[in-house]
Design a protein around this ligand. Structure first.
Ligand SMILES: Cc1cc2nc3c(=O)[nH]c(=O)nc-3n(C[C@H](O)[C@H](O)[C@H](O)COP(=O)(O)OP(=O)(O)OC[C@H]3O[C@@H](n4cnc5c(N)ncnc54)[C@H](O)[C@@H]3O)c2cc1C
Length: 483
């Protein structure tokens, strides 16, 4: 019986999996293989939080495959050489995988496809991660989109995505049990300094965890997504981002589940919420579109003027460290940075605020923030992270204009009006009355004393003056505008 290799990458699920379905087609036996080759991602190998996720997601996938009678073969080493060895061992005649869109991985996969085809293998790649692959959406003149709204309009004009695929009937190759494999724990993916307790408390990596999240979100939260999604103290968003990134659930599956909810009817507010949520899935598509057309997007500003931006000196790294550790003295910023470190995730509104503070008030390069997010986010995604940071910096596609500088105190008053989010993550300020939590340095000395807060001891003084740093950022921006 012919054997097909299913090469697993960031598609850690069984349902709606085109490569797995094609590998199992015509009753072929399937060998699922995960190859650990971090160097092949170049500078963008997984950060620590992503590796933590991967460890647990691989374990969950191994269990699901075992429930279907299939082993998960895990190997470490160069991808092509590892595939070659497995082809030799099993006599496999076909290799299937789902496509990835990180520039270094596109290059690798193209080269591997050519080599395997040359050796006479049937090699097929499939789309499992996107509603519309980056090259399928084009402007009227055949170019790529630089702005989200027309991009999404073009996507919405197309037919709805195909219905998701069921889990195929799966059959293991003969002697599958004799094929050697590592275990997830052999890959050394868990952090050496065990900072991951908060990750484990907040997340369940794997396909079942993804469906659990969607199942919670659809009936409870989706209908009030607008405006609930803007309030970081509330569970107002889906938290599906790491599950989507690792391919534990597909956008097509989410799309279908949301359409079913829409078909049940609802008032105008519910319909608006659903459309807004779908457009966020659209932002994910847009991020992939931009990255595909601009492979240096993670490293270089899309608007080349920003290459000459006069960033602030931070020779000893103290400014960056204060931001990373959530001790800037600006409560909403600190709350966000601490949420990130503790849980591997941060609310989108707060991502925008902490980003703006880093790039505009501290005037540190957006790439420094991007790198920290890359290491600490469980949803770290090359396309979405680059888009987010270039948006914040004002240098990217459909970016916030540079002169729009978030005031973190106003943002806090508006989107955390009860100061709950601040109290949760900056507990040293929880004793302050709500109105003083947003800017404790403005509170009268007696109020601070009554709450047991001494600025500079219990909680830092603000590390910059928000108004003066805003002016300095605008002046720096004026400089590059002239270039
Ligand atoms: C500076 C910065 C960095 C970011 N880095 C990442 C990242 O590394 N990975 C990541 O997935 N998102 C990133 N985002 C986008 C966004 O913050 C997260 O996708 C969102 O907070 C995830 O939470 P959720 O799943 O509850 O989102 P929901 O609001 O429930 O949205 C549903 C899904 O839509 C997608 N999505 C939503 N907003 C965006 C967006 N602006 N861009 C791209 N996709 C989006 C995500 O896949 C998300 O899971 C970043 C945003 C900023 C401002």
């Amino acid at each position: 019986m012919a054997v097909s290799i299913y090469w697993i990458r960031r598609d850690l699920r069984l349902a709606d999996n085109p490569a797995l379905t094609a590998a199992a087609d015509n009753g072929q036996s399937v060998l699922p293989v995960y190859i650990h080759a971090p160097d092949e991602a170049g500078a963008w190998a997984n950060g620590e939080a992503s590796n933590w996720w991967l460890h647990h997601s691989l374990s969950a996938l191994a269990q699901s495959l075992a429930d279907h009678g299939l082993p998960l073969v895990i190997r470490r080493g160069e991808s092509l050489a590892t595939l070659d060895a497995l082809i030799e061992e099993t006599g496999a005649t076909a290799v299937h995988w789902n496509r990835l869109y990180d520039p270094a991985l596109i290059r690798r996969d193209k080269a591997i496809k050519a080599q395997l085809k040359h050796r006479g293998l049937a090699v097929h790649s499939h789309n499992a991660a996107l509603l519309h692959e980056p090259w399928t959406i084009q402007t009227g003149t055949g170019g790529d989109y630089k702005a989200f709204t027309p991009f999404w309009r073009a996507c919405r004009k197309l037919a709805d995505p195909e219905p998701p695929l069921p889990v195929p009937a799966l059959k293991a190759p003969e002697h599958a049990g004799t094929i050697s494999s590592l275990k997830p724990e052999d890959l050394g993916l868990l952090p050496r300094i065990r900072w991951d307790a908060g990750l484990a408390a907040n997340w369940q990596p794997g396909e079942a965890g993804a469906w659990q999240r969607l199942g919670d979100f659809l009936p409870k939260t989706l209908g009030a997504y607008e405006p609930g999604r803007d309030f970081p103290a509330e569970p107002g968003t889906s938290r599906l981002s790491p599950h989507l990134h690792f391919g534990e659930i597909s956008p097509r599956q989410i799309w279908q589940a949301v359409q079913q909810q829409l078909a049940q009817g609802g008032d105008e507010a519910t319909t608006t919420s659903i459309e807004t949520f779908l457009s966020e899935i659209g932002w994910r598509e847009f991020a992939h579109h931009v990255l595909y057309h601009h492979p240096d997007f993670p490293d270089a500003p899309l608007n080349p003027r920003f290459a000459d931006f006069p960033w602030q000196e931070d020779a000893d790294g103290q400014l960056l460290a204060a931001w990373q550790q959530g001790r800037t003295g600006i409560p909403l910023v600190d709350a966000g940075m601490r949420e990130l470190y503790a849980t591997g995730w941060m609310h989108n509104r707060v991502r925008m605020v902490v980003g703006s503070f880093l790039v505009k008030n501290l005037r540190l390069p957006w790439q420094a923030g991007e790198a920290w997010f890359w290491d600490t986010l469980v949803d770290a995604d090359l396309a979405a992270n680059s888009l987010g940071w270039q948006w914040v910096a004002g240098s990217g596609a459909d970016a916030a204009p540079y002169f729009r500088i978030f005031n973190p105190v106003r943002q806090s008053e508006r989107f955390d009006p009860e100061g709950e989010y601040i109290a949760r993550w900056v507990p040293e300020l929880a004793g302050l009355a709500v109105k003083h939590r947003h800017a404790p340095w403005e509170a009268p000395a007696s109020v601070l004393a009554d709450a047991g807060v001494t600025l500079g001891i219990d909680y830092p003084h603000p590390m910059v003056d928000l108004k003066a740093s805003r002016q300095a950022a605008l002046a720096a921006f004026e400089q590059i505008k002239k270039t």
